[in-house]
Design a protein around this ligand. Structure first.
Ligand code: BG6
Length: 478
């Protein structure tokens, strides 16, 4: 496994700890080799030192010094300027004789380098039939740039060898959503217009832009989160049952959802989207600076750190059912949840409960804890027929009492095993960008600047107004 961008945050803080855990679980054979590749002139010992301290910090009590020493024996480092053919020679030499092994090239670099690395790997003769390439998001920043990267990488690797990462698909809870929908007959008949009023998807973060100012300022929340993570969650919520769990059967169904998203064009963006940008405030009692005061952010930046959208899916199943999506940085809590609000009874025979709005909900929480809660109305004990919302709650952590795999543990192992189900296919990526591009164009056309919100809140007031216009509220407001 060759990790380009080997000294970056993703490799040291996510991929190496994930590989260590899989090693500890006995899934990484002693013949395996993991090579960090980057531009810095580091010795192997220096790289191992960096990797060890990152893993220690990330893994906490799970870190075991003896096991680390065994795992570190599989690790190596190579200084490569990705543009220089000569720098790939040690790789060619090191890989000679290992043609029968799976090779994973993981590109954890800016996507502008993907084409160069691919060409150089091909020229160095190290791309074999058993090779796979993993492309970390963001893949381009619009339809055209994503298409170009896909063409360039596709000139060397077949589609079956290309693993486009969306780490949300690797999360245990996302898989649980599939289990809930397609492992039980119970929900399927309810999963449609006429029985569902609306669906909310929230991915809220407490963190700000951290050390990624330069990247984030040219990206924004729509491209960073919605184009990939939120749309993928939407697909899994909304897709038709696939005929099998085969990668292409699943991806075909997700693609149909993406292609059925009603385009947001021209003035739609003013009504159906909200852009926000945080200003200074406090998150869980800690004062934090505003976006414009963060490192590497232009003081005049109009990049959005929050976005809310009303999305409609033009299919028989979903016609008339709005999906409200929102995501943002520096919000009040870290929470990722999907909320399905079921219809009211057609003919109420009991007095309407004051809190009825909080019932008839299915809340699937992905983060920070994994749970599935169905809120129904039950009779309040005592005289009279007063109804009250109560929860049927499943805490997945408590039920299974085992640690869930981190998304990257699962995804890395899937690349080695050759399972593409949890990776985005080229046509999915293309369809997602085709829906996103007009929104960005609309924002430019109407000079739609982000509305400010205080760090530690739930985003700009316009976000509550967006959903409020349809007579609904965000789940946390209820
Ligand atoms: C990444 C985004 O893809 O996902 C980050 O680039 C974001 O901006 C992160 O913070 C959120 O992932 P998670 O797994 O922490 O919810």
């Amino acid at each position: 496994m060759l990790l380009f961008g080997g000294t970056g945050d993703l490799v040291t803080r996510k991929l190496l700890p994930a590989l260590y855990r899989r090693y500890a679980a006995g899934q990484v054979s002693e013949e395996s080799r993991v090579v960090g590749i980057a531009r810095s002139a580091l010795t192997r010992a220096e790289y191992l030192h960096q990797a060890e301290s990152a893993c220690r910090e990330f893994l906490g009590e799970e870190f075991d010094a003896q096991r680390w020493t065994a795992f570190a024996a599989l690790l190596d480092y190579l200084k490569v300027d990705v543009h220089s053919a000569r720098d790939y020679e040690p790789l060619t030499a090191g890989l000679a004789g290992r043609e029968g092994h799976v090779r994973v090239f993981f590109y954890s670099t800016a996507s502008t380098l993907f084409a160069t690395i691919t060409e150089q790997l091909a020229a160095a003769g190290i791309v074999t039939a058993l090779s796979r390439v993993v492309l970390e998001k963001p893949l381009g920043n619009d339809v055209a740039s994503a298409d170009l990267i896909n063409q360039q990488v596709g000139a060397v690797f077949t589609e079956q060898q290309i693993y486009r990462i969306d780490h949300y698909l690797g999360k245990e809870a996302v898989q649980n959503l599939m289990a809930l929908r397609f492992g039980n007959a119970l929900f399927e008949p309810l999963w449609r217009r006429g029985l569902i009023k609306h669906v909310q998807i929230t991915v809220a973060e407490e963190l700000g832009v951290e050390r990624r100012g330069t990247f984030y300022d040219s990206t924004g929340a729509l491209r960073d989160m919605v184009q990939n993570h939120l749309l993928q969650l939407l697909c899994i919520m909304a897709m038709e049952p696939p005929a099998s769990s085969d990668p292409d059967a699943v991806r075909d169904e997700k693609l149909k959802v993406l292609r059925a998203l009603r385009p947001l064009r021209d003035r739609d963006v003013l009504v159906k989207t909200v852009r926000g940008q945080y200003r200074a405030g406090s998150v869980h009692g800690k004062m934090v600076p505003g976006y414009l005061e963060e490192a590497d952010i232009s003081p005049e930046s109009t990049t959005e750190t929050f976005v809310a959208l009303k999305v409609e899916i033009d299919t028989w199943r979903w016609a008339g059912v709005p999906f409200y999506l929102r995501t943002g940085k520096r919000l009040q809590d870290r929470v990722t949840e999907l909320v399905v609000t079921f219809d009211d009874v057609p003919h109420p025979i009991f007095e309407k409960a004051a809190t009825a709005e909080a019932a008839n909900l299915l809340v699937i929480r992905l983060q920070p804890d994994e749970s599935i809660t169905l809120t129904i109305l039950a009779k309040n004990p005592g005289e009279g027929m007063r109804l009250k919302p109560v929860n049927l709650a499943l805490d997945l952590g408590e039920t299974f009492k085992t640690r869930s795999l981190d998304a990257y543990e699962r995804l890395l192992m899937d690349t080695v095993k050759g399972n593409l189900t949890l990776f985005m296919r080229r046509d999915e990526l293309d369809a997602a960008w085709r829906w996103i591009d007009p929104i960005i164009a609309g924002w430019h056309e109407f000079d739609e600047r982000p509305k400010s919100y205080i760090a530690g809140s739930w985003g700009p007031a316009a976000s509550s107004a967006l959903i409020g216009r349809d007579g609904f509220e965000w789940h946390d407001d209820t």
